[in-house]
Design a protein around this ligand. Structure first.
Ligand code: MN3
Length: 196
């Protein structure tokens, strides 16, 4: 049972002009695909080959001798999760249950936006910014490289990829502008609510 590259949950042009079809061609078709291909090579013939992506991540998290497997498995999972965090005409004020949770935890949607964008902007080098549930409490976090909330006992609700490959073709070095576009125009709050 090999791990497969899932299709994008939207047409390749759906997120333009914020994230172009060209970015998605590279990001999904090359980067995400490479993590899946590399992972399958690494687990072929091992007892991990019959496990799900989540089981693989949890099995090797913290084991430095299996860092290559962890990095490729976590990146495969993170990217699929990230695609679902976005939709055409998304972003702006949250809806549903998460709206009240964000307001009671951060004080206001504006304060949440400030903290979430700050997490993404201050992640040095490659990584991810997240909204997670930890012990029932909402938290904004950031992780370097491939690291992922499930390796830390947290439940991911929302993420934004801040590796340069996520935004360089559309925003060059302007990561803060990419983060603003993500928050204002792309977040799929229905997906965030579905993770609660
Ligand atoms: Mn990426």
């Amino acid at each position: 049972m090999a791990i497969t590259l899932p299709e994008l949950p939207f047409p390749k042009t759906a997120l333009a002009p914020y994230i172009s079809a060209n970015t998605l061609d590279f990001h999904h078709g090359k980067h995400h695909n490479a993590y899946v291909t590399n992972l399958n090579k690494l687990i072929e013939g091992t007892d991990l080959a019959s496990k799900s992506l989540e089981e693989i991540i949890k099995a090797v998290a913290g084991d430095s001798s299996k860092a290559g497997i962890f990095n490729n498995a976590a990146q495969a999972w993170n990217h699929t999760f990230y695609w679902h965090c976005m939709k055409q005409n998304g972003g702006g004020e949250p809806t549903g249950k998460i709206k009240g949770m964000i307001e009671s935890t951060f004080g206001s949607y504006a304060k949440f936006v400030e903290e979430f964008k700050n997490a993404g902007a201050t992640q040095f080098g490659s990584g991810w910014a997240w909204l997670v549930l930890e012990g029932g409490t909402l938290k904004i976090t950031k992780t370097p490289n491939a690291d992922t909330p499930m390796a830390h006992g947290q439940k991911a609700l929302l993420t934004v990829d801040v590796w340069e490959h996520a935004y360089y073709l559309d925003f060059q070095n302007r990561r803060p502008d990419y983060l603003t576009a993500f928050v204002d125009h792309l977040i799929n709050w229905d997906f965030v609510n579905s993770n609660l």
